[in-house]
Design a protein around this ligand. Structure first.
Ligand code: BGP
Length: 484
């Protein structure tokens, strides 16, 4: 397409996360994860975290789309689309049900071996996220998750086990999904495994957290950085061909106006929410702005002398990212209140939003890739991008031109970034098959190219159907982007 060329070996594919698609939460010895304690919510009504299960509530991770038992059928459909890569996560609690068990669960190990073998059968490269929004609940209760340094050893034991086990089947690894979301006030339980302070503590405000919360977050993140770096170092000994990536949720923040205060605010937010994590994982050390950032947060961070060595010796090979939307920063509180957007940003008057209020901005993806690639000059991987929206299912058919349009525009932006000089390894459509939404727990927020017959309450045949976007993406892969 129009002067845009994708590299010959570009990895086209799709992405999922275990807790959002596998279901089978009690099967084959799986333990409880934090994700298993989140109820279904809606756009208006946040998901609830209940330490004890509420008989009257639905917990979508318990059943999801039953990918655990249907992975063969699903991967076959991915192969039909021509996927070169499938990004999936291993559920820690299938391997070590409590997180701190002596021995791994053989049935869990066997399961993922079969999944990877199925991928290989179709020449699909697995891209494995080691921790994607699920954390052993036992360790949440015992140590408040990543707040405790002892969690590092448990994680490293888990990652060492899976890297040894699958050393000939998996080459690409991501240590933590969207590691930076807690800095935006999200994922404190899902990502950091910490006990929520309130039942509905899923999304907060990154600009407005208490010093106490901020302290826990920076401590938890530091422990995750160490765990990631240790994993990378051990992984390189297990198989020198392994490639490791960080995974950062792109927080693209524009100034709401050209007032210098707004420009500065946007710059600050973008630096802090993205590069605080990115710099440690790519460069092996904290960014120069860290001191100032911690001061603003009211947080202190204890870095032991040996930590710096660990971080330096475990930097990643590539930078993977998720991208869905952009937002605007302003120092004018009244604008923020009137024009409230997702997280702590204001709405951009030039952009339209999805049904769930996420503002659609393909240029933001190009902007973020260019900015990040020129900062780090290591390969980029687009690990998540897609449109979550309702679909109409009529007589077994799903016509989704809006999704095709979204994907076309964003993939075009990726192509433009390649033209701008960025090295990009691949692109995986988020939720290539309809799965449960992470933020709301709904099924009706659908990202898939494959429709799954299931509603928000878990009712349905679970049958899979190809959407129009399925055929569109198949053609795109066949032509290596030419048909764009
Ligand atoms: C990212 C997560 C995914 C995913 C996606 C879409 O933050 O890594 O797990 O779910 O966002 O979000 P949602 O499902 O809330 O629409």
């Amino acid at each position: 397409m129009k002067n845009i060329e994708f590299p010959q070996n570009f990895y086209w594919g799709g992405a999922t996360a275990a807790n959002q698609c596998e279901g089978a939460w009690r099967q084959d010895g799986k333990g409880e994860s934090c994700a298993d304690h989140y109820t279904t919510g809606t756009k208006e009504k946040p998901r609830r975290f209940t330490p004890a299960f509420d008989k009257n509530a639905k917990y979508p991770s318990h059943y999801a789309i039953d990918h655990y038992n249907r992975y063969k059928e699903d991967i076959k459909l991915f192969a039909e689309m021509g996927f070169k890569i499938y990004r999936l996560s291993i559920n820690w609690t299938r391997i070590f049900p409590n997180g701190d068990d002596e021995c791994p669960n053989q049935k869990g190990l066997d399961h993922y071996r079969n999944v990877f073998k199925t991928c290989r059968k179709y020449n699909i490269e697995p891209l494995v996220t080691m921790s994607h929004y699920e954390f052993p609940y036992h360790l949440t209760k015992k140590w408040n998750g990543w707040e405790d340094r002892r969690t590092i050893d448990c994680f490293v034991k888990y990652t060492t086990t899976i890297m040894k086990e699958y050393k000939d089947l998996v080459k690409y690894w991501l240590t933590f999904n969207e590691i930076n979301t807690p800095l935006m006030g999200a994922g404190i339980t899902m990502s950091l495994g910490m006990m929520p302070e309130q039942e509905q503590w899923l999304y907060g405000n990154g600009n407005n957290m208490s010093a106490q919360t901020a302290n826990k977050i920076v401590k938890g993140l530091h422990n995750q950085f160490l765990a990631s770096a240790k994993t990378v170092k051990i992984g390189r000994q297990i198989n020198p061909n392994f490639k490791f990536g960080c995974m950062i949720a792109s927080n693209v923040v524009y100034p709401y106006t050209c007032k210098p205060e707004d420009v500065m605010e946007a710059w600050k937010q973008q630096q802090r929410t993205n590069y605080y994590c990115g710099d440690v994982m790519v460069r092996g050390k904290y960014a120069p702005f860290t001191k100032d950032y911690l001061k603003d947060l009211g947080a202190t961070l204890e870095i032991k002398p040996e930590d710096s060595e660990v971080l330096k010796n475990g930097t990643v090979d590539f930078y993977s990212l998720s991208y869905y939307m952009s937002g605007c920063a302003t120092t004018d509180k009244s604008i923020l209140e009137k024009n409230k957007n997702v997280f702590s940003t204001a709405k951009n008057p030039y952009l339209k939003a999805s049904e769930w209020g996420w503002q659609i901005d393909p240029q933001g993806l190009r902007y973020y890739i260019d900015e990040t690639y020129n900062r780090y000059t290591i390969p980029i991987f687009i690990a998540e991008n897609g449109l979550g929206t309702t679909d109409e299912f009529i007589n077994g058919e799903i016509h989704d031109p809006y999704r095709i349009d979204f994907l076309r525009q964003h993939i075009l932006a990726v192509g433009q970034a390649i033209k701008d000089g960025a090295v990009i390894l691949g692109y995986t459509v988020w939720g290539c098959i309809d799965i449960v939404s992470a933020s709301t727990g709904e099924m009706s927020k659908r990202y898939g190219l494959i429709y799954v017959d299931m509603d928000d309450l878990g009712n349905g045949t679970l049958k899979r159907y190809r959407k129009d976007s399925f055929y569109w993406y198949k053609k795109l892969i066949e032509t290596n982007g030419e048909s764009l």
